[in-house]
Design a binder for this molecule. Structure first.
Ligand code: E4P
Length: 217
């Protein structure tokens, strides 16, 4: 499973990239607003830090303008992935970009039929929003499972990018189903590493090691 971080905070991205475990980055207009930074500038910086796909989202509502925005975004770096909304206009723009070999991420996916359309439009990634479905008492993970089944039925190459991930259990469940990618807030990535028994065990080993009076270096 690939790990993307879902943030426009360059400091967080740089720190997580140092682990060598980061495969890409997703941003959206809300995350850009939260960063308080210039969109094009921050995306360019992110794409220098992480060599994998960096999703940058168009903001137009019609396909021709989306394609013009995509032109600007594509020029920022070679690893820019154009993020488009799951609307008929977004799908139209996605098809045009996919036909040109441009990486695309179709976002705001809330149904398996929408995901089917994204795959037919040749999307590189589809982003089903798990957390936002859970928020309205629908099962986000059921959506991931349905998309996995459909994509496997037809051997679609579009990668399932589990998005709107809120906690480690989302990551675990998405991994069990076979989502190709999970994009997570930095805190969730860090939380995956934590376990109280790891901390307790490590403290015990450190105390016992000290009793030996030895050093390795
Ligand atoms: C990622 O591409 C999405 O924009 C993001 O995961 C949305 O997450 P949220 O529902 O927590 O805003």
């Amino acid at each position: 499973m690939k790990f993307f971080v879902d943030t426009a905070d360059v400091g967080e991205i740089a720190s997580l990239a140092e682990t060598g475990l980061l495969d890409g980055v997703t941003t959206n207009p809300s995350l850009i607003a939260k960063s308080g930074r210039n969109f094009l500038e921050v995306v360019r910086e992110i794409a220098e830090i992480v060599k994998g796909p960096v999703s940058a989202e168009v903001v137009a509502m019609d396909a021709p303008t989306m394609l013009r925005e995509a032109e600007v975004l594509r020029k920022l770096a070679r690893n820019i992935c154009i993020k488009l909304p799951l609307t008929m206009e977004g799908l139209k723009a996605c098809k045009a970009l996919s036909d040109e070999g441009v990486m695309t991420n179709v976002t705001l996916c809330f149904s398996a039929n929408q995901a089917l359309l994204a795959a037919k439009a040749g999307a590189t990634f589809v982003s089903p929003f798990i957390g936002r479905l859970d928020d309205i008492s629908q099962d986000g993970m059921e959506l991931i499972a349905d998309i996995r089944l459909i994509y496997d039925n037809y051997d679609f190459k579009t990668e399932i990018l589990a998005a709107s991930v809120r906690h480690p259990v989302h990551v675990l469940a998405a991994a069990k189903i076979g989502a190709d990618v999970a994009t997570m807030p930095p805190a969730v990535i860090r939380a995956l590493a934590g376990h109280p028994l790891t901390d307790k065990g490590l403290a015990g080993f450190a105390a016992d090691w000290e009793k030996t009076g030895q050093t390795i270096l």
